[in-house]
Design a protein around this ligand. Structure first.
Ligand SMILES: [Fe+2]
Ligand SMILES: [Fe+2]
Length: 471
């Protein structure tokens, strides 16, 4: 089992002291990271003690420590899950061979690219969320926002470690570039579209953590299958932290919904906005927006890169080893959607070519579970409204649907029809302004803003009235 050095300048379980050059290089990157955090991390309460979870180990019997910490003093560390003895490559052309502890020369640039694309998303979301602290609906929520932020910072560390350790000079340059690109920067933006959008309000934040962090889960889960063992172990541990981010999203949206339903009953109306709530139709529009942007993150329906990554053993499928097939996919086929003339059709392609679509399908299934739960709340309160996931072609900017107008129920429509209905499908300026108007920061312990119900329980068995943030 790897030894945890928790008191080192950079806490780690990768024996940094045993590699002085690497340690020095990372210690030179550290102040750049701190400077970035101070410039583009949380813009308010940046020095307030926050009740945070810090990763201190990777073992099954507790890997985290909870205490009040000022965020700049957070112990961002490098932690890889323990190695699996005699681990073998589970898929692709080299299935059955031992996994790699070093990067094979022929896959160097592909692996570097995968690390950079994943790594770039981590600081991007911190930048997107930096102003949300001002309008947190409660101390509990503010604490969760900051928890997500510091952990995304640690995920950047995770990727930067791999770049420094295994990619030499190129890797160090990529690590620096990760702090030079910025979300929404017109000259030097983040790599992926959804990470250049603003997260202007807390409904967006909850939708983002539900839908976009969940894309992260699927990307990390398929990288966990990688034949490059250090990457696999890195992602395995990141997934532990990631689960909380999606919890924040799932319970966040659920609490907004619960509050809306309560206001609908109390005031016997569908329009709860005058009563300080968010209307169900607006929730659905936000959901449409965030879900469709997140679908884009999986890439085009067919992809030669994805096929090559799989064949090479760099990136597998979600839960690769649980699948009952040959894990080679050389002859298997499946269908993918395709726009032909005026219709949405399907075409049959090799499964190898369609791996992005397969991962997107798995993601969709997972997204649906949240909607099932939220819809149960609506049914339990006899509300005649159901949240739905829009069709996969709706509001897409990547792949076969790019440049086409598809309604949420999956009809190919012309531009005029789209224009006429857009305001009922996607958040309008007015919707966003309404939501924004509700965003008034609540700092008193235990109190909640008007538009969101309290959570079922506090963090780490603490009561709801706990001082999660000491202002
Ligand atoms: Fe992350
Ligand atoms: Fe995350």
């Amino acid at each position: 089992m790897a030894i945890v050095d928790i008191n080192a300048k950079i806490p780690n379980n990768v024996d940094l002291v045993g590699d002085r050059r690497l340690q020095r290089a990372l210690e030179q990157w550290q102040p750049k990271f701190v400077r970035w955090w101070e410039e583009l991390g949380p813009s308010v309460f940046a020095r307030s003690p926050v009740y945070l979870r810090t990763a201190v180990d990777v073992g099954a019997q507790g890997w985290a420590h909870f205490d009040h910490v000022e965020m700049p003093d957070y112990r961002w560390g490098i932690f890889l899950s323990d190695p699996e003895a005699d681990r073998r490559i589970a898929f692709g052309d080299q299935q059955g061979a031992p996994v790699w502890q070093e990067v094979p020369g022929e896959y160097r640039s592909d692996l570097r690219r995968l690390l950079v694309v994943q790594g770039d998303t981590e600081p991007a979301s911190v930048e997107q969320q930096r102003h949300l602290g001002r309008t947190a609906p409660s101390q509990y929520d503010l604490r969760n926002l900051f928890q997500v932020n510091v952990e995304e910072g640690r995920h950047l560390w995770a990727m930067v470690y791999l770049l420094h350790r295994y990619f030499g000079r190129d890797g160090r340059d990529e690590a620096d570039a990760m702090l030079d690109r910025h979300s929404g920067d017109p000259d030097n933006p983040r790599i992926l579209g959804a990470f250049n959008e603003e997260t202007p309000d807390w409904l967006s934040f909850f939708m983002f953590t539900y839908f976009t962090d969940r894309d992260g889960k699927y990307q990390l889960a398929s990288l966990r299958e990688s034949a490059f063992d250090p990457l696999s172990r890195t992602c395995d541990f990141m997934l532990k932290e990631e689960a909380h981010h999606m919890f924040v999203g799932a319970t966040g949206v659920g609490r907004v919904l619960a509050r809306t339903v309560q206001l609908m009953r109390d005031h016997d109306t569908d329009d709860v906005h005058p009563h300080g709530g968010i209307n169900l139709a607006v929730l659905q529009k936000y959901l449409n927006f965030h879900y469709s942007l997140s679908l884009d993150l999986f890439g085009a329906e067919t992809s030669t890169n994805a096929a090559n990554y799989f064949a090479a053993g760099l990136k597998g499928r979600f839960q690769e080893e649980r699948r009952n097939d040959d894990h080679q996919l050389s002859s298997a086929t499946r269908t993918v959607p395709e726009v032909v003339g005026n219709a949405i059709a399907e075409r049959e392609v090799s499964q190898l070519a369609a791996l992005n679509e397969t991962l997107r399908d798995d993601y969709r299934e997972d997204c649906r579970k949240g909607l099932d739960r939220w819809n149960r709340t609506l049914r339990d309160h006899s509300v005649g409204f159901e949240l739905v996931l829009p069709h996969g072609g709706f509001n897409r900017h990547v792949g076969t649907f790019k440049g086409h107008r598809v309604s949420p129920d999956g009809r190919l429509v012309d531009e005029a029809t789209w224009r006429a209905a857009e305001a009922t499908w996607l958040p309008t300026e007015q919707d966003r302004a309404h939501v924004q108007a509700l965003m008034i920061g609540v700092t008193e312990a235990g109190r909640m803003a008007s538009w969101v119900a309290p959570p079922a329980q506090g963090i780490h068995s603490q009561p709801l009235e706990f001082d999660y943030v000491r202002y």
